[in-house]
Ligand binder design. Structure first.
Ligand code: PLP
Length: 408
């Protein structure tokens, strides 16, 4: 363990904590570029792209880097809003079809957790209700001082009696009939492993149609990835509030955004006559973040990008599935082409989790960096795919031998 930085700061992102990584002693990275991650002299094909913080444009995308450099030469923060802020907000609203530039507005922050927490607080503040619905398997960030959604079992430090969310199974609208909307302020969702069924989309949109409950779309991972307009565009969902993070700054500068119609969003104004909802971050509107968002959003205007990402992601999933069948390993690629993951069945006395860890370790030894999810970028070309396919074949063949031999 690095004694100067216990657990290497990565405890701040729970899935990067060393205890979660499938390596005895995790490597430290030194540089990243496109689809490549470098650990000193070692180079890896990087499918994880900083847990999806890096968008489909890949690590260190030239135009975003240049925009940040120019912005840094102008400054970072001031007590006034920067003149670029409303232009970046408008660009964001124009990029995503479900956000209508005529009557939607944007508030910028830094992390995904900032805006998911603010969205929930806004829904609670306006409705005067406290309960929040989340779905099994979803993650919406960390905000222990406000609401606490994700820890299983609940982590320490959250006061007793703090309102816990109501957790529902995803894609099961038939099971949602007994909800008491007199108590529910918001439904927050992300599209994770399973695409929403048509029935689920109808149910989500029916929540958005109610005027006593907020539908919050968490697009922190899916935004600018499943489609340019994220999951809401891909599945035709019309939320009340939308949260963006990660790819908005393309993994170079933290920036996040909360979007909603003017009327509820104006309740974030401290002088609102009916009372206001608190949202305040020193670095909200940080100029390099705004510059990164503008350059990223402009670079995503090229319509061919998303077809390419889709085809690379599909190829990766299909290649994994075919190789698993070939080697007799019961494993499957799940999720979307733009964000897939590999799941392994228990076999030969090993748990699926143990087999996954062995697979990830073996891929790393073969120069392919994979982790909890695969995020294709415009730099994952056929040559890198082919390297990945070959490494998958060898790694799955090793797993086959291991499971046939069985756990000693
Ligand atoms: C869907 C989703 N929402 C919110 C968050 C929180 O974002 P951040 O870690 O930037 O605070 C994450 C982080 O992984 C996420 O996956």
């Amino acid at each position: 363990m690095n004694r100067k930085v216990p657990f290497q700061t990565q405890g701040s992102t729970i899935s990067r904590h060393p205890s979660r990584l499938p390596f005895e002693s995790p490597l430290e990275w030194s540089e990243a570029s496109g689809a490549r991650l470098y650990c000193g002299a070692q180079s890896f094909v990087d499918w994880n792209q900083g847990l999806g913080a890096v968008g489909v444009l890949g690590h260190r995308y030239g135009e975003v880097v240049e925009a940040i450099e120019v912005a840094l030469r102008r400054g970072g923060v001031a007590h006034l809003p920067h003149r670029d802020e409303s232009e970046v907000a408008e660009l964001l609203l124009e990029t995503v079809p479900c956000l209508n530039p005529r009557d939607w507005t944007v508030r910028f922050a830094e992390n995904g957790s900032d805006v998911t927490a603010s969205a929930v607080r806004l829904a609670r503040g306006i409705t005067g209700k406290t309960k929040v619905i989340v779905f099994e398997g979803a993650y919406h960030g960390e905000s222990a001082s406000d609401w606490h959604l994700c820890a299983k079992p609940p982590a320490l430090g959250v006061p007793e009696g703090y309102p816990r969310p109501i957790t529902l199974p995803w894609n099961a609208p038939d099971l949602y009939s007994n909800l008491d909307f007199d108590e529910i302020a918001a439904v927050i969702f992300e599209v994770n492993i399973e695409d929403p069924t048509p029935g689920m989309v109808t149910w989500l949109n029916s929540i958005a149609d109610r005027d006593d409950v907020f539908l919050i779309a968490d697009e922190v991972v899916t935004g600018f990835r499943l489609a340019r307009g994220g999951a809401c565009e891909a599945f035709d969902i019309r939320p009340d509030l939308v949260c963006y993070g990660k790819a908005l700054g393309n993994g170079l500068v933290p920036i996040s955004a909360l979007c909603g119609r003017r009327e509820p969003m104006y309740r974030l104004n401290p002088s609102h006559p009916e009372g206001y909802v608190f949202m305040s971050y020193t670095y909200a509107g940080y100029l390099p973040g705004l510059a990164a968002a503008r350059a990223s959003l402009r670079s995503l205007q090229d319509a061919t990008i998303f077809d390419f990402i889709d085809s690379v992601g599909r190829d990766l999933m299909e290649s994994f599935d075919a190789s698993a069948v070939q080697h007799g390993v019961v494993a499957k690629a799940v999720g979307q082409a733009e964000r897939s993951r590999f799941v392994f069945a228990n076999a030969g006395g090993f748990t699926g989790e143990e087999l996954w860890r062995t697979f990830i370790r073996s891929m790393m030894e073969r120069g392919i960096a994979m982790y909890v999810a695969n995020f294709p970028t415009i730099f994952h070309d056929e040559a890198l795919l082919e390297r990945t396919r070959r490494a998958m074949s060898v790694s799955l063949s090793t797993l086959e031998q291991k499971t046939v031999k069985g756990k000693a």
